[in-house]
Design a protein around this ligand. Structure first.
Ligand SMILES: [Zn+2]
Length: 436
């Protein structure tokens, strides 16, 4: 056929095919060839993305919007069985493992859950294909032309997908339910849904997505409690382990909980620096806010001055209040407001997930005596005690969010504090278990 602009469209021979939207147009759909081609393209794009320097969240987004759509438009035309799709999802997961993003023992459900719910926000091929099939079916049903109506009577599109949003095998509801009911992985789900936890704040590191993919993977391994501690290796992996006591202190059982916050050998070093790094964020924030500091310093380089003072404020870091006869006379921070004649005792803690409220109450009790003594000594109207608490796994107490607002801190403060805690936790686990 001769076109007006001079180009020609040639006839196809009986052996040749042409592609429309990537699918070969032939008398019948060539299932095998089309399947192979769709898979190859998906894996090619997946690997290209994983080789980039993108952050964890951006990699997941890139896979969702660039790799997976190359595959999903074959849904409803190419006959994928459920097993086919599940195998492809598995292949994607093993590729993520090869690139260090996903530990094989981590909770699979979390990979596919939204980031704001504690997941990593990857689309599953099985689920997007289910959705696509439902879309196609609805498209034909909703058009009243004879050809469309004829298609709906032909049962060409497989009927195996439940059209109820909640019943799809990999719907958010189903994933949530499966994660929750898993014996080991489900513990973190339960912790995250405690009444006193601010879920949105606790998932800040995921929604902001600033972490390296490998670091995010390690945090999930820790939260899912599949870290190869001696206890886990013996009890869960059922391997021969002579001694399940902690390799550092040799006193307690070596569990992930013990390593995260209970080991006496690293209490004064690694736990202390993790807590201080979180505290430094708040110290610098307050001092900038109160004009005691002029310039921002990245927190890992920031060293708080023991005392910073101007006409209105005086801020102490790691103050030891002398000669009061009080046992607890060394809070992390004291902020003295000279104008309003008030002071705030601020103390930081990084406990285990289920100890947040208990730690909060302990801190209040611990500094009650000191707060009264400071009030009398400095002749103040009021002294408040503010414990700021984030768990070793990054869970944020609702009260922490509330206090930061009361202190007038920058909205990103919670994110920086949480980052300090999580990097501290990853650092502890890596150095203890994988020192080389
Ligand atoms: Zn220990």
């Amino acid at each position: 056929m001769q076109l007006k602009d001079g180009r020609q469209i040639k006839n196809l021979t009986t052996e040749e095919t042409y592609k429309y939207l990537g699918i070969e147009q032939t008398f019948e759909i060539r299932q095998k060839e089309n399947k192979e081609r769709a898979k190859m393209e998906l894996y090619r794009r997946l690997k290209l993305i994983l080789k980039t320097q993108l952050s964890s969240k951006n990699k997941m987004t890139a896979i969702n919007i660039w790799a997976i759509p190359s595959f999903t438009y074959t849904a409803g035309t190419v006959a994928w069985s459920r097993t086919d799709l599940q195998l492809i999802d598995r292949k994607i997961r093993t590729t993520l493992t090869q690139f260090g993003l996903l530990h094989p023992n981590s909770a699979i459900e979390r990979l596919y859950l939204p980031r704001k719910e504690g997941g990593r926000g990857l689309c599953s091929i099985e689920d997007v294909c289910d959705k696509e099939k439902i879309n196609i079916k609805n498209y034909f049903r909703n058009i009243n032309l004879p050809v469309h109506q004829w298609v709906t009577t032909q049962d060409i599109i497989t009927q195996e997908v439940s059209e109820d949003q909640q019943d799809r095998a990999n719907s958010v509801e189903q994933l949530r339910h499966r994660w929750q009911s898993k014996q080991l992985h489900g513990r973190f789900y339960t912790s995250m849904h405690q009444e006193e936890i601010d879920t949105a704040a606790s998932n800040t590191y995921l929604t902001q997505g600033y972490l390296f993919p490998q670091t995010e993977g390690t945090i999930f391994v820790i939260q899912d409690q599949v870290v190869p501690t001696r206890n886990y290796t013996k009890i869960i992996m059922k391997q021969q382990v002579e001694n399940t006591k902690c390799r550092l202190c040799n006193k307690a059982e070596e569990t992930i909980q013990h390593l995260l916050s209970g080991c006496s050998v690293i209490a004064s070093t690694k736990y202390l620096s993790r807590r201080n790094n979180m505290g430094k964020v708040v110290h610098q924030g307050i001092c900038l806010e109160k004009n005691l500091l002029k310039n921002f310093t990245p927190y890992h380089l920031y060293v708080p001055e023991p005392v910073l003072e101007n006409n209105e404020m005086k801020v102490y870091w790691d103050l030891t209040v002398p000669d009061l006869g009080t046992e607890h006379n060394r809070p992390d921070m004291v902020v003295w407001d000279k104008i309003h004649k008030t002071a705030t005792i601020i103390d930081f803690a990084v406990p285990l997930d289920h100890n947040l409220s208990k730690t909060y109450a302990e801190k209040i009790g611990k500094y009650e005596m000191l707060s009264r003594q400071i009030r009398d000594m400095w002749k103040l109207k009021r002294v408040d005690i503010i414990p700021l608490i984030i768990s070793a796994n990054g869970l944020v107490l609702k009260k922490t969010v509330q206090h930061l607002k009361e202190l007038g801190m920058h909205p990103n403060t919670i994110s920086w504090m949480q980052k300090a805690v999580l990097l501290g936790t990853v650092n502890i686990v890596r150095q203890v278990l994988f020192p080389h």
